[in-house]
Design a protein around this ligand. Structure first.
Ligand code: ZN
Length: 291
């Protein structure tokens, strides 16, 4: 029987391609798994002791190896950072939200404060407070401190202390003159602000992933960092003010919400090591969660 010409010429080529594909595929998946294991080993010690890293403490792993992994596997690295961030968040939350649920979207936008490990700081066990009662129950557990020189601006005490320190170094006014509205808010205040800019249809669009801009203008009811006593709205107009706020653990963490500052209590170097994304948007510097 005569073998067709295409089989004699093409068959070896096809076989070779198939062998190469499987060889490469297996190698890269083994390498990816190894890299995940190495980077996870790097993070576990710190996470279990609540000491977030000043540098990655990787037993048996040279900094050169880590550097080569991190520079060659940026998507892998962002996966690791997301996983680490969720591990930290899970120490406070009753349940971790499912990816792309409303809670997950809100955690991405407002969850930066969950990495705060300053003594005396409390974080909520759920991302959205359902009503005033739940909000008040949480707020009743907080140790609050006053921001000096204000009428009634209160924050969790370590946050107020850090802001007071910054304000002794340079003038940093609140957005409004006396400013309770700029500091810790009640559920009803956040609801009133929400209704000024948005409604139930907006919330549905956020849920469907079709609307994100509004999150930089106003937080959906029950989800604002201002309910946690860890956010303040400030009038920051120059780099010197920003630098001093950062040095005292305060950062802009909500994209496009320029006056809004969150107390995180870490240095910029620590935020970078935790996978926080340092983005400059229209000339304004933000530190966004790894999600
Ligand atoms: Zn704010």
């Amino acid at each position: 029987m005569k073998i067709p010409v295409w089989q004699t010429t093409m068959l070896p080529v096809i076989t070779l391609v198939v062998i190469c594909y499987f060889a490469l595929h297996n190698t890269s998946s083994i390498k990816a798994n190894d890299n995940i294991q190495i980077l996870e080993n790097c993070s576990n010690t710190n996470l279990s002791t609540h000491k977030l890293p000043g540098k990655l403490p990787c037993k048996n792993t040279s900094q050169k190896t880590i550097k080569s992994i991190t520079t060659t596997s940026s998507s892998l690295l962002s996966f690791i950072y997301q996983k680490r961030f969720l591990t930290i968040v899970s120490e406070n939350l009753q349940t971790l939200p499912q990816p792309e649920s409303l809670e997950y979207i809100l955690l991405r936008s407002y969850g930066a404060a969950y990495i705060n490990r300053q003594p005396g700081i409390k974080l909520p066990e759920k991302i959205i407070f359902a009503n005033e009662k739940e909000t008040k129950e949480f707020q009743a557990t907080l140790n609050m401190g006053k921001v000096n020189g204000t009428h009634n601006c209160y924050l969790q005490k370590p946050a107020a202390d850090a802001l007071n320190r910054a304000r002794t170094q340079i003038k940093i006014p609140l957005m409004s003159r006396y400013g309770q509205i700029n500091c810790t808010r009640s559920f009803s205040t956040t609801l009133r602000l929400w209704r000024k800019y948005a409604n139930d249809r907006t919330l549905e669009k956020i849920r469907q992933g079709k609307e994100t801009k509004i999150l930089g203008i106003v937080a959906p009811p029950g989800s604002s960092q201002h309910l946690w006593g860890l956010a303040v709205d400030l009038r920051v107009t120059n780099q010197a003010q920003q630098k001093i706020l950062n040095q005292n653990g305060w950062y802009r963490t909500v994209k496009n919400d320029t006056p809004h500052w969150t107390y995180i209590g870490h240095s910029p170097e620590e935020l970078a090591l935790l996978g926080f994304k340092n983005k400059v948007i229209r000339g304004v510097n933000y530190w966004l969660t790894p999600l």
